[in-house]
Design a protein around this ligand. Sequence first.
Ligand code: HEC
Length: 125
Amino acid sequence: MLTFAAWSTASLAEDGVLSYTAAQAEHGRALYRQHCASCHGNRLNDGQFGTPLKGSFFRSRWRGKTSAELLAFAVTQMPPAQPKLLSEQDHADVLAYLLQANGIAPSEVVFSSETLRLDSIVFSW
Ligand code: HEC
């Protein structure tokens, strides 16, 4: 246990590893279906009015940027008509769902909108 705790803290604080929990992704999926799927599609890449949120196009757009930038974009721009509709933590949960859809495995470490370290987490996918 001690080893794991030390590892998870280190991975968040020092290595900038992306992490989220399975429960977050599940909550994020429900929010996504309600607030995002009408434009981005139920499968995240089959939307009529929004760009794909999974797959190589999406990943290449965000490669080299930080998860803080992606969260800030979602919080300030999405959904376009009501950017303040979801809380920052709800947006973090939706992003957890997006991470899952893009092949990042869940862990025990929450993807928190309050984590200052989001700045140091660079997408390398
Ligand atoms: C009314 C349609 C609409 C809804 C609803 C909507 N989006 Fe979008 N979204 C768009 C459009 C259009 C773009 C492209 C905007 C641009 O490139 O400036 C976009 C872009 C994005 C991007 C950036 C994609 C990229 O490749 O850079 C993300 C992330 C995103 N949306 C997330 C969300 C999330 C999360 C929700 C739900 C909370 C949501 N969107 C709801 C229309 C929508």
